[in-house]
Design a binder for this molecule. Structure first.
Ligand code: KG4
Ligand code: ZN
Length: 346
């Protein structure tokens, strides 16, 4: 089965063609980062308009690169949520309409299920069951995964998501958006021994997260060292970035260990934009090795938003006989635990 995947939930237009036998045939991504940079974050209306501009030419180009015309496509998968309503509507309207015109089924894919399954695109995919740490700009969740669509939410952030915390800390340090890669870059020149930031909610039992206190701690530290210049000197900024990254990574590693203990699951999958973080990958690998447990993740370009993960997730569900009615689905809020197993329409 060959599926066209469309991702437009936020500020990236992603398009891909995935073939269940041959794998990923082609994919392309257009990031709107430059468009939103001067506003310090994503402007939803601008995001929707840009998806309108980019999507159809990208679909044409990706189909050409995949070497297939519309007649070789067996289904269309588009991100139906969660995300920005206008941005979702663009991908949904285009995806559902193309499927109707081509006479093939369409399916609205859950964005976080797309992230969760992205490591399956790699040469050595993880086997079910596994524990998933979903860490993106909008979500921080620990999910017990028995199979596709059989999810148990074990813990989640009570306030900011991990990626959101990276983005806000970056802003405090005068860095650009998205903040995760910028903090990681600055932290490389920082002294890990200078500051120690709190590891929120690790001192008591439970698998939930909270990053808003860490955000305030970072803001206070920046203010303490700002001086007359209004911003700490370059070395202090690097030391703060380093301490912040250490605190977030340490917190995530502690909770993953705890969740593996609680569930007895043998494997960890990390997914979403923050799973591209090198320190997080290294620390998880080091923490899991003595347990004989393995950590799986996608290549960096498939950790952040992309069309390939949507094509893949859609293909798995469509191949099992799933498929939506003619409605265009756009669900800004959509709990991952409400998804049914493949074969049923959510
Ligand atoms: O999954 P994603 O592309 O979009 C959402 O679904 O939200 O995640 C974006 C988030 C941003 O907050 C970004 O700062 C963060 O992922 N991120 C990183 C890194 N690369 C992206 N955070 C830490 N380290 C990175 N290398
Ligand atoms: Zn995402």
């Amino acid at each position: 089965m060959r599926v066209l995947g469309i991702e437009t939930s936020c500020d990236e237009t992603g398009v891909a063609v995935y073939d269940s036998a041959a794998g990923l045939l082609a994919h392309d991504l257009y990031s709107q980062i430059d468009l939103h940079a001067c506003y310090g974050g994503v402007v939803p209306e601008l995001a929707s308009r840009d998806h309108v501009r980019r999507l159809l030419p990208m679909i044409r180009a990706v189909l050409a690169r995949a070497g297939c015309g519309p007649d070789a496509i067996d289904g269309v998968a588009y991100t139906a949520g969660p995300g920005l309503i206008g941005a979702l509507m663009v991908g949904g309207a285009v995806g559902r309409s193309l499927a109707y015109a081509w006479g093939v089924p369409a399916i609205g894919v859950h964005h976080m299920e797309g992230h969760l399954l992205a490591p399956m695109l790699e040469a050595e995919p993880p086997a079910f069951p596994f524990l998933a740490l979903l860490v993106s700009g909008g979500h921080t969740q620990l999910v017990g995964v028995q199979a596709i669509g059989v999810y148990e939410l074990l813990g989640e952030s009570l306030d900011d998501a991990a990626g959101e915390a990276f983005d806000k800390a970056a802003k405090m340090l005068g860095l650009g958006y998205p903040g995760g890669p910028e903090i990681a870059r600055l932290a490389a020149g920082g002294d890990p021994g200078r500051f120690r930031f709190p590891r929120p909610m690790t001192g008591r039992p439970g698998l939930d997260f909270s990053f808003s206190g860490l955000k305030t701690f970072t803001l206070n530290t920046v203010a303490d060292y700002a001086g007359d210049a209004g911003i700490p000197d370059a070395q202090t900024r690097a030391d703060i970035a380093c301490a912040f990254q250490e605190a977030v990574v340490d917190t995530l590693v502690i909770k993953c260990g705890r969740a593996l203990d609680a569930t007895g699951l043998p494997t960890l999958v990390i997914a979403g934009g923050v799973s591209a973080n090198r320190l997080l990958r290294e620390r998880l690998e080091a923490a899991l090795a003595p347990r004989g447990a393995r950590v799986y993740y996608a290549r960096p370009e498939f950790c952040t938003d992309n069309g390939a993960m949507i094509a893949y997730a859609g293909c798995r569900r469509l191949a099992a006989g799933g498929g939506d009615d003619l409605a265009i689905r756009a669900l800004p809020r959509w709990p991952i635990t409400s998804l049914p197993p493949p074969g049923a329409t959510p």
